[in-house]
Design a protein around this ligand. Structure first.
Ligand SMILES: [Zn+2]
Length: 128
C-alpha cells in the first residue's frame, strides 16, 4: 500500500501546485529560485516537489508511466494466458478461475509496471 499512498500524494501535489501557478516565471527568477530537475524551467521552491520537479513534469511522467504500466500488464497477462491455454489446457470448469488469474495479473502487472517506470523516470532525472 506504500506505493499507492505515494501515488495519491503526488496527485495532491500537482493539484496544489496548479492553483498557485505564478505569472512571473522567468522574469521573476532570482538567485534564490530553483530550476526543475527535469525540464530546467525556473520555479519557486514551493512549486517543486522533493525531487525538484515542477508539476507539469510530474504529470507528464505519471502519464508516461501509466501508459507503460498498462502495456507491461497487458504483456504479462498475455504471457500468462498463453501459458494457461497451451500448457495447462484449462477445463470448462476451471476457466473462470484462470480468467480471474489473468485479470489479476493484468491489474497487478500494470500497477507494478507503472510504479517501476515512474521510479526509473524519477531516478534518471534525480537532482544533481
Ligand atoms: Zn519541469
Amino acid at each position: 500500500m506504500r506505493s499507492s499512498e505515494r501515488w495519491r500524494e503526488g496527485w495532491g501535489t500537482v493539484r496544489a501546485g496548479a492553483e498557485a501557478r505564478p505569472s512571473d516565471v522567468g522574469g521573476g527568477a532570482t538567485s534564490g529560485d530553483l530550476s526543475c530537475g527535469r525540464c530546467g524551467r525556473a520555479c519557486r521552491a514551493r512549486e517543486l516537489d522533493r525531487h525538484l520537479w515542477c508539476e507539469a513534469c510530474i504529470a507528464a511522467a505519471r502519464a508516461q508511466a501509466s501508459g507503460v504500466g498498462w502495456k507491461v500488464g497487458g504483456v504479462m497477462a498475455a504471457v500468462l494466458a498463453g501459458w494457461i491455454y497451451f500448457a495447462q489446457r484449462p477445463s470448462a470448469m476451471l476457466i473462470g478461475g484462470w480468467i480471474g488469474a489473468v485479470l489479476a495479473t493484468f491489474w497487478l502487472g500494470s500497477r507494478a509496471g507503472r510504479e517501476l517506470c515512474y521510479g526509473v523516470l524519477r531516478f534518471r532525472h534525480r537532482p544533481r
